[in-house]
Design a protein around this ligand. Structure first.
Ligand SMILES: [Zn+2]
Length: 207
């Protein structure tokens, strides 16, 4: 996979890395950030502040790669935090910022910045998860990452929720979700498989 795609310094662009949980989105984001840093580009990394009890000012992938990140509560805060001289803006867990973040990414790209975002493209029912559909439409570069189906081993692009909840956002990873392929995905299943919510890993495992 090419890193810089057709990236022209100062032109501005949006790159979307999206897929299900456990598909390596954060890892790919971190890889691109590291390469930009090696190329001595000025990089800023952001992640949503979902729960400050588990405040961690870095992005960590499932394979334990990490980069420092600034935590922000709202999409507009990203605009306020980006320095003029910053060339690359990376945002992880983009789905937690809501629709407004698509405009923020457009503004940053129009200012000439390379914007790299990573996030879930579908929610736990397999529905398009805003703002990723909006970002996919306006992005120059799109990377879909696939996980491995926990049931059958096929390439997987769905996030199977294993706990009972009708909330669109339930933060967590292992134990609460697993990757499933199209065939093994059961969007109606969570209500039957009730498991106690364990809040202790609520933020640390959102990666
Ligand atoms: Zn499967």
């Amino acid at each position: 996979m090419s890193d810089f795609h057709g990236f022209v310094r100062g032109l501005g662009s949006i790159e979307v890395i999206c897929g299900s949980m456990f598909s390596g989105k954060s890892e790919e984001l971190i890889r691109r950030v590291r390469r930009a840093q090696i190329a001595r580009q000025r990089v800023q990394v952001f992640k949503p502040q979902l729960d400050d009890r588990y405040r961690r000012d870095q992005i960590v992938s499932h394979s334990d790669m990490s980069v420092p990140a600034e935590m922000v509560a709202k999409a507009e805060e990203i605009l306020a935090h980006v320095a003029d001289r910053t060339e690359v803006v990376a945002i992880d867990e983009i789905q937690f910022f809501g629709r407004d973040v698509a405009d923020v990414c457009e503004k940053l790209a129009n200012l000439g910045k390379r914007v790299i975002v990573a996030g879930l493209d579908q929610d736990y029912l397999g529905r398009p998860f805003e703002p990723v559909p909006q970002l996919l439409a306006v992005a120059e570069y799109v990377t879909k990452t696939l996980a491995v189906c926990a049931r059958c081993g096929a390439p997987a692009n769905r996030s199977q929720r294993l706990i009972a909840s009708d909330e669109r956002i339930v933060v967590g990873a292992e134990g609460k979700y697993e990757a499933r392929c199209r065939r093994c995905f059961e969007p109606d299943a969570p209500r039957q498989i009730a498991m106690p919510l364990d809040e202790t890993d609520a933020f640390s495992s959102t990666r």
